[in-house]
Write a protein of this length. Sequence first.
Length: 220
Amino acid sequence: MSSCCQSNPPPEGTNRFFSRWSKSYARRFRKGKLDNVQKYLLEGARKELIHSREILDIGCGVGSLHLTLLKEGTGKATGIDIAEGMISQAKKFSKQLGLNERTEYFVGDFVELAENVPLADITFLDKVVCCYEDMDTLVKISAEKTRRVYALSHPRQRFPVKLLFQAHIFFSKLFRTKFHPFWHNWSGLRELIEAQGFKLIYENATIAWQVTVYAREIPS
């Protein structure tokens, strides 16, 4: 698979907001560093032994999660991000690591692109659901694309975290910035995912982020 970028024009405000962080994320990954949330997501995903795994990385950033697994021998990966800067860095890393024949990248909104996105054995959504207004649709469509493992992170349902997010949302709206996060019913997210045929197999947390990994139940 060649490393190509098929795209729909991304929302310009969101594109700019995340693209400006792409070089910082790239510096961290170049040094071989993953944050604790990423480490937990990989730890949970590795609990399911899947041969010739295909990865779908939604909100893939510079590619830290899927490129780490590809280096370990995973089959191939599809990365999607709304920020052109993030995808540009991911493609550079893919080429530098000799993995560009095993990666494919899309720029844009996953929900809008989903029809052209292949099925995957493992799907990652790292800090994505809090950036999407219609969380239910995002989860349902991404779960439909997932054969086996569904791994995601989201803000913890704690008052200090909620207060910080709501302050960000308030000031973003006050100053009319073109991007702000969304605070959803995180306590109901597990029920939503399990309704798609998954069961929880791993969970961990940092001060601000909850990490959960699910596996699709396979009939005996």
